[in-house]
Ligand binder design. Structure first.
Ligand code: KG4
Length: 332
């Protein structure tokens, strides 16, 4: 089998990443430059700062990915970049770099949907998964459930009607005076809870049950509780918030798997790094259900997932022209 090598670039938010993948699965390099330090003082991503940081790091990062994999630009069969959804100025940096490589090296350019790429992550360095499956994406910008039918064929089942789950972790963390991004702080604080009492209610009433999510009510409940209980126990609040936030994910995801008769469930995105989420999803499996959560470096924003997914578009000869554009939001 001929080796097809692809370079992927990711710059949709606050991570610049360059990844090199062989035949859509073997990760040869997965370089990620995080901008967390630049945004921490604002407790959120500042778009202008993000674009500038992408611009500064993208070329050295590509060089470093090539070096790590022992390859040169001449070894690449295609170049891919995330072009949707994300911050416009940030997306443009990665896409422009990919266009330049495509033009100079005369190799196909492939643009990729960031959300589809996240849910492709379990195919990397593994042959344990195949279509169809249920895909749950949990990150700072997205909380959405999909029926993954094939490459380029994902059906949205439901998404958050307000905040994304990662956003709720970040805001709760900020309000409690913890650090940014909030997820890892809340995760480790919750592990110190002793009483583990239920402080916050189950999310969304069970009548009219569908596949949607909502996190702004829970976030407000935490804020109100903290305001009216000045001596509150931080670990207990972190624990109860986290339990409620994860419980709805499990309820919706397993309901979708049952309704569609699917057994494989993939959870991806930054929040999939949460230790309690990993435990509770594994625990919720009954009968033949199987939960697959990629390793943490492939869960969070990375470009191996971009290079890997676009291998399949390369094989189908679905290439993009040099005037390809970026899109902030996508439907479905
Ligand atoms: O997918 P991701 O790396 O990128 C964006 O969406 O930009 O996700 C980042 C999100 C942040 O909201 C962060 O707080 C959350 O993932 N996160 C976590 C954990 N680690 C990262 N949330 C809960 N528990 C964690 N251990």
């Amino acid at each position: 089998m001929k080796k097809i090598i692809g370079l992927g670039l990711e710059s949709s938010c606050d991570e610049t990443a360059a990844g090199i993948v062989e035949n859509g699965s073997t990760v040869l390099s997965n370089k990620i430059a995080s901008q967390i330090d630049l945004h921490a003082e604002y407790f959120g991503v500042v778009p202008e700062i993000a674009s500038r940081a992408h611009l500064e790091i993208v070329n050295p990062l590509i060089e470093s990915a090539l070096e790590e994999s022992g390859l040169t630009f001449d070894d690449l069969d295609y170049v891919a970049a995330t072009n949707r959804p994300g911050l416009i100025g940030s997306l443009m940096i990665g896409l422009q770099a990919a266009k330049t490589i495509s033009y100079i090296k005369k190799i196909p350019l492939i643009t990729v949907n960031h959300l589809e790429a996240h849910l492709y992550a379990p195919f990397l360095n593994s042959s344990a998964i195949s279509f169809p499956y249920i895909g749950l994406l949990v990150s700072g910008g997205n909380t959405a459930l999909y029926h993954m039918k094939g490459i380029g064929d994902m059906q949205l089942l439901g998404r958050t009607v307000d905040d994304a789950i990662g956003e709720a972790f970040d805001k709760v963390s900020k309000f409690m005076g913890l650090g940014y991004p909030g997820g890892p702080f809340v995760d480790s604080l919750a592990q110190k809870a002793v009483k583990k009492k239920k402080i916050f209610p189950k999310l969304m009433a069970s009548k009219n049950e569908d596949y949607r999510f909502s996190y702004s009510g829970l976030k407000t409940a935490v804020i109100n509780y903290v305001r009216s209980n000045p001596d509150y126990d931080m670990a207990e609040v972190a624990y109860s918030f986290q339990e409620s936030a994860i419980e709805i994910l499990i309820r919706r995801t397993f309901a979708a798997a049952r309704d569609l008769g699917l057994t494989d469930i993939v959870v991806a995105g930054g929040v999939a790094a949460n230790s309690r989420l990993r435990h509770l999803f594994a625990d919720a499996c009954r009968h033949e259900e199987r939960v697959i959560i990629p390793p943490i470096d492939l869960c969070t924003d990375n470009a191996a997932m971009i290079a890997g997914l676009s291998y399949h578009y390369y094989c189908r000869e679905e290439f993009d022209a040099l005037d390809a554009d970026v899109t902030a939001k996508i439907r479905g």
